[in-house]
Design a protein around this ligand. Structure first.
Ligand SMILES: NC(=O)C1=CN([C@@H]2O[C@H](COP(=O)(O)OP(=O)(O)OC[C@H]3O[C@@H](n4cnc5c(N)ncnc54)[C@H](OP(=O)(O)O)[C@@H]3O)[C@@H](O)[C@H]2O)C=CC1
Ligand SMILES: CC1=C(/C=C/C(C)=C/C=C/C(C)=C/C=O)C(C)(C)CCC1
Length: 317
């Protein structure tokens, strides 16, 4: 049962990670301001969420099936929310893809775009018209720092998030007229299944068609550095969920919301030099020359990141 004064929040990809934590955090809101519809593509994966939700399950949290890659599934889910409209849509479902471009079949790349880009558009197309009619609503998109700055060997994943950034930046301008808010959440590395899947994948794949030089850069430089970055910079999914709740509850939500101040110097490079030279060369040196030291750098960055950069991120506290 949804109380009329509660906001209906629909979240995609709640079987694990950030989506699961957001669903639980909003459903357990002390003032019971939200009714969360936590969706996942296969309800057989619901146990972790149901356990974490505890008493909230069946009260402020309900479950529904939703595969963002299927028109039919999205339509069925939204049509199934009878009598009520979605006040807050959180587009969280997403998949990663790492590796040298030469070794990745086009079909696999399309799957990433189908989920991370078209999946979000499918959801927005279904929910937005009602929000425009009502002159209200909030659409949240979980993008990534990789949607703002490319990182070697994440070409396709990064492109899918860049595409999302472009789409949303254009749409936000139009939605402003209808009092509908659009906000991007831009996490850096987060310890979730996303990281686990990446490491598992790397153990299994062979990267056919990749020249030895590139394979060396990927396996011996990028992968160990990425593991270090996750260790040194990684956030918990709870932190990202807390940042997102803050954005939802803000009286004037910002469009872009970085969640990790340790990563903001990397994003700042891009805006400091719009030609791209500064960011491409700096990241090149960080990867090829500083790689093994980045772990130490992460600790140093904690102290070096100046207040002005920290103020531009959403603090999880
Ligand atoms: N972890 C990280 O370092 C970062 C993650 N992000 C973004 O955060 C979001 C959440 O990822 P995270 O929690 O980390 O990773 P997880 O892998 O833990 O969670 C991803 C969720 O998306 C779901 N999903 C995948 N494909 C579909 C689909 N077709 N339809 C519906 N749900 C689907 C998965 O469900 P299933 O169990 O069915 O596979 C899972 O519940 C993603 O958009 C990701 O790009 C952004 C920055 C950093
Ligand atoms: C290798 C490398 C880097 C790696 C960044 C990584 C690994 C970021 C991961 C982000 C994720 C997982 C986002 C998900 O959406 C830096 C810091 C740019 C510095 C240069 C070298």
């Amino acid at each position: 049962m949804v109380c009329p004064e509660q906001k209906v929040v629909l979240i995609t990809g709640c079987s694990s990670g950030i989506g699961l934590k957001m669903a639980v955090m909003l459903a357990k809101d002390k003032k019971k301001r939200y009714h969360v519809i936590a969706t996942m593509r296969d309800l057989k994966q619901k146990d972790k969420l149901v356990e974490a939700a505890g008493d909230a399950h069946g009260k402020t949290l309900s479950l529904a099936v939703l595969d963002v890659c299927s028109d039919e599934s999205v339509k069925q889910c939204i049509d199934g929310i009878k009598d009520r409209h979605v006040d807050i849509l959180i587009n969280n479902a997403g998949i990663g893809l790492v590796g040298p471009v030469e070794s990745i079949p086009i079909e696999e790349m399309k799957r990433v775009f189908e989920t991370n880009f078209f999946g979000v558009i499918r959801m927005i197309k279904e929910v937005m018209p009602e929000m425009k009619r009502r002159r209200g609503g909030h659409i949240i998109v979980v993008s990534s720092v990789m949607g703002l700055q490319g990182v070697a060997f994440n070409d396709v994943y990064s492109a899918s998030k860049f595409a999302m950034e472009g789409f949303c930046e254009s749409l936000a301008i139009q939605l402003f007229k209808f009092n509908v808010t659009l906000s991007m959440i831009e996490p850096g590395p987060v310890h979730t299944e996303f990281e686990v899947k990446m490491i598992q994948d790397m153990g299994q794949k062979e990267f056919p068609g990749t020249d030895p030089d590139t394979l060396h850069s990927f396996k011996d430089l990028y992968l160990p550095t990425a593991v270090n970055i996750f260790e040194g910079y990684g956030q918990s999914p709870e932190e990202v969920a807390r940042c997102t709740k803050k954005v939802i509850e803000s009286s004037r939500p910002r469009f872009r919301n970085l969640t990790n101040s340790l990563y903001s110097p990397i994003v700042a490079l891009k805006y400091a030099d719009e030609t791209g030279t500064l960011s491409i060369r700096t990241i090149y040196h960080m990867l090829y020359n500083l790689g093994p030291l980045l772990h130490v750098c992460a600790t140093a960055m904690k102290y070096l990141t100046c207040g002005c950069l920290r103020r531009r991120t959403v603090s999880p506290n």
